[in-house]
Design a binder for this molecule. Structure first.
Ligand code: S3P
Length: 433
């Protein structure tokens, strides 16, 4: 089992550029596969999750080439050109891949089976299966979990679906099925979630309208191939944003980060704590806004996190909880029960990790209360969750003794090269086999 040995350091300094956005990379390959023509992607995230999506579209009959690092060329087969895969499609650790493929494959003329790794096989899939069945899909889960078995050839019809949970993956699954349905498909969100699917479908020439949390897609005759530039992943940048907040003595910059407002709740949460954050050099990367993020030294105070920010920072809570541990006073997060069904139960995993390093906390059904205070040394079980592993790795900036973080191989699902990049700005994270 791979683990990290983290040696405490005093501070970080410099600047970093993080790898491409995971959500955007998945979608670019998937939409490219069903477009007509050649889709070119640059800045693609070569993490295990997106490589699983790439393998799956190949198994479904689309040609995918990788002419250079981070460059991907997809020969689209058209909306109706996919073919049955020879064996079950393995999504690895990637919940996004599984749920988006559920929507896409529910609309095909052939059968499909979706499986994943140990963590993914425990995650809830009915949230996507249910609306797809309402559209006419024939789709089965095993006690709500994978394997997901899809029987092809079922004609789909558009629905208006009011999502009970705020989930961009469920929204995207329904919209993808909606590309093939008779009539319009509308998803109503209980809270705004990341809108990469809507933005990118528009780039592929599709009629998608979104306003006030109501998204409608009309089935297109075809998707037009596109050129997609993938911005740096805000969720990967988050570890360096928090690292700089707790451990930089000079301004620290992260360059070329996607700052889609449906993703940047963490910036608001940290600003409420007193962090000094600036977005510089605003530009666009295709359909996505991009900026450099500068963090200046400031003291952090505990806060009560407004629940409206939770869906806008859903992947950033492991890093945020480390900021809370380093803040003065108490931080309270509620309305975040979704954290329990991520790659691990992130409320439980973070609470146990904080216990292990002596940070007082109280587990709530839908959140966590954290009392800021000194971070000691200790052994932390990341439970195979990439973001738990990276969150505790940056805690090395405040720890008083070495940290050992277990089961960290999955960092490569979203952030290949994390330990090396962290090392380039002064963190000491040693990978031990
Ligand atoms: C994602 C949506 C979110 C997020 C995940 C990526 C996406 O999941 O946690 O990492 O790309 O659509 P939910 O839809 O389950 O909130």
């Amino acid at each position: 089992m791979v683990s990290y040995r983290v040696t405490p350091v005093e501070h970080i300094a410099g600047e970093v550029t993080v790898p491409g956005d995971k959500s955007v990379s998945h979608r670019a390959v998937m939409f490219g596969a069903i477009a007509s023509g050649t889709t070119r992607i640059d800045g693609f995230l070569e993490g295990e999750d997106c490589l699983a999506t790439m393998r799956a579209v190949r198994e479904l009959g689309a040609r995918v080439d990788r002419p250079a690092p981070r460059e991907v060329v997809v020969q689209g087969v058209g909306l109706r050109g996919l073919k049955a895969a020879a064996s079950p499609l393995d999504m690895g650790n990637a919940g996004t891949a599984m749920r988006l493929f559920m929507g896409l494959l529910a609309a095909q003329s052939f059968d499909s089976v979706l499986v994943g790794d140990e963590s993914l096989m425990r995650r809830p899939m009915e949230r996507a299966a249910k609306p797809l069945r309402e559209m006419g899909a024939r789709i089965e889960t095993l006690d709500g979990k994978p394997p997901v078995r899809i029987s092809g050839g079922a004609p789909l019809h558009g629905i208006r679906y009011a999502m009970p949970v705020a989930s961009a993956q469920v929204k995207s699954a329904v919209l993808l099925a909606g590309l093939y349905a008779e009539g319009e498909t509308t998803v109503v969100e209980p809270a705004v979630t990341r809108d990469h699917t809507e933005r990118m479908l528009q780039s592929f020439g599709c009629d998608v309208r979104a306003r006030d949390g109501v998204v409608t897609v009309r089935p297109p005759a075809q998707l037009r191939a596109a050129s997609i530039s993938v911005p740096g992943d805000f969720s990967s940048a988050a570890f360096f944003i928090v690292a700089a907040c707790i451990g930089a003595r000079e301004p620290f910059t992260i360059r070329g980060v996607g700052v889609n407002p449906t993703r940047t709740g963490l910036l608001e949460m940290l600003a409420l704590m007193g962090a000094d954050l600036r977005l510089l050099n605003h530009r666009t990367c295709g359909a996505e806004p991009v900026a450099d993020i500068e963090i200046r030294p400031a003291r952090l105070r505990g806060v009560r996190v407004p629940e409206r920010l939770v869906p806008l920072a859903i992947d950033e809570f492991p890093a945020f909880f480390i900021a809370a541990a380093c803040a003065e006073g108490e931080t309270l997060v509620t309305g975040a029960a979704e954290l329990r069904v991520k790659e691990s139960d992130r409320i439980a995993a973070m609470a146990r990790g904080l216990d292990a390093v002596g940070v007082r906390n109280e587990v709530l059904p839908d959140g966590l209360r954290i009392e800021g205070g000194p971070i000691g040394g200790g052994v932390i079980d990341s439970r195979g969750d990439h973001r738990i592993a990276m969150a505790f790795a940056i805690a090395g900036l405040r720890a008083t003794a070495p940290l050992e973080i277990l089961d960290v191989a999955n960092v490569s699902t979203s952030f290949p090269g994390f330990a090396q990049l962290a090392g380039s700005v002064g963190l000491r994270i040693e990978e031990c086999a």
